[in-house]
Design a protein around this ligand. Structure first.
Ligand code: ATP
Length: 240
């Protein structure tokens, strides 16, 4: 049987009177690339924030288990210690630090200097643009370059689970292609990924499995290839 990395059961989130997530069950197994797609305001980001305990004050119910243990009350830095890395919407790079310093920050839980240096070189190999600009301040990078840096930094902690929130948002078509190429590459290395995306086509093409979220509920799930050919998904999310 496949090993469960993340299990979300009966998750409900309400911001005051707004029910953003209405009782969802979702799981991600080891080595899988699972995508959560849906329109603006469907509740995707709220779901990721509930997993990482980064929601503003609001009502949360349900259970979230990561590698067999509950995630309740776990702080952000402890998530990295537990090898759960998130690349938030809007990237969240340290703008006043260089690219190289951002990469080192991603490895703050590690002590193996040689391993850290080797990993920086490895990810610079995947993102040559970052290598060329390693001394440049992250705040001066383009949106796509910041997205690459945010992903590379997240990968520096050797994540068991990588959460990506709309990595394609605001990027040019060429940059979007590049980011998805990297996501497929990272997935092929065996890293488990939960990918939130509005670009349903690219996300389903890259993923093993998918979930469709609509108005706070999961309305469909299945193998990503099947979903790509499902007439309901095609009509509502692929514009076909
Ligand atoms: P998008 O693709 O546009 O980012 P999403 O699927 O990620 O959308 P969420 O950001 O999770 O959607 O928002 C779900 C609902 O919760 C929306 O109706 C949104 O307005 C509401 N919401 C999100 N954050 C807050 C907040 N801090 N306070 C009040 N309501 C919020």
């Amino acid at each position: 049987m496949s090993e469960n990395i993340l299990k979300v059961s009966g998750l409900k989130v309400a911001y005051g009177g707004i029910k953003a997530v209405k009782g969802i069950d979702l799981e991600v197994n080891k080595g899988e690339l699972v995508t959560l797609i849906g329109a603006n305001g469907a509740g995707k980001t709220t779901t990721l924030k509930a997993i990482t305990n980064t929601l503003p004050a609001c009502r949360v119910e349900g259970e979230i288990t990561y590698m067999g243990s509950p995630l309740k009350n776990v702080k952000s830095f402890q998530l990295v210690e537990r090898k759960l890395a998130m690349v938030p919407e809007g990237r969240g790079v340290f703008t006043r630090m260089s690219i190289h310093e951002n990469m080192l920050m991603g490895a703050f839980t590690r002590k193996d200097k040689a391993g850290i240096d080797a990993d920086i070189e490895k990810w610079y190999g995947v993102f040559p643009r970052l290598k060329e600009r390693s001394a440049q301040l992250a705040g001066t990078l383009s949106g796509g370059e910041q997205q690459m840096l945010a992903m590379a930094r997240a990968l520096m902690c050797h994540p068991e689970l990588l959460l990506l929130d709309e990595p394609s948002m605001g990027l040019s078509p060429i940059m979007v292609e590049k980011i998805f190429e990297v996501i497929r590459n990272v997935s092929a290395q065996g890293i488990t990924i939960l990918l939130v995306e509005q670009n349903a086509k690219l996300a389903l093409e890259a993923a093993h499995r998918g979930y469709v979220m609509d108005s706070g509920s999961l309305i469909m799930t299945g193998a990503a290839q099947d979903m790509l050919h499902d007439p309901r998904v095609k009509a509502a999310y692929l514009g076909e």
